[in-house]
Design a protein around this ligand. Structure first.
Ligand SMILES: [Zn+2]
Length: 160
């Protein structure tokens, strides 16, 4: 019998500019540069949304929460993750675990990771041990390394 598990992959990127806030994993990170976007531009939560949607072949975050829609302007991405999770639950699936990678040159985010994991775990109704967040610099190479942008990747396992 086929096991009732599915895997999903998510990827997101946002420009970093002055005059914007830097929201990552549902929390505000003190930073000179912030992420540009229609919503709060939380690249990590967006990657997780895409991973959840991808696991069930439900398209991507842009289809469900269009960046031209005024109702999503400046929206807290925790709400988007909550809405995405509701779609998963509606289809009878639960989240097993989520593993993420953040690629940014600075600031250092290690001290914020425990709170990010708490925030995400709360929304997905799982233990924070099931949320992994790793961060890496881009060794000063490419757009992330040159601090022009920030990148996030996420994979998730769904089961029922
Ligand atoms: Zn995004």
């Amino acid at each position: 019998m086929k096991p009732n598990i599915k895997v999903g992959l998510g990827y997101d990127v946002h420009q970093l500019i002055e005059g914007r806030q830097l929201w990552l994993g549902g929390i505000l990170i003190p930073s000179r540069l912030g992420a540009l976007g229609h919503s709060d531009a939380d690249v990590l939560l967006h990657a997780i949304c895409d991973a959840l949607l991808g696991a069930l072949s439900l398209g991507d975050i842009g289809i469900h929460f269009a960046d031209t829609d005024i109702q999503f302007k400046g929206i807290d991405s925790k709400i988007l993750l909550h809405k995405t999770f509701a779609l998963i639950v509606e289809k009878g699936w639960k989240v097993g675990n989520v593993d993420c990678a953040l690629i940014l040159q600075s600031p250092k985010i290690a001290e914020y990771v425990p709170e990010m994991r708490r925030q995400i775990a709360k929304i997905l109704f799982i233990d924070e041990d099931e949320i992994s967040i790793k961060a890496t610099t881009a060794e000063k190479m490419g757009f992330a390394g040159e601090m022009k942008g920030i990148e996030a990747k996420a994979v998730c396992l769904l089961y029922k």
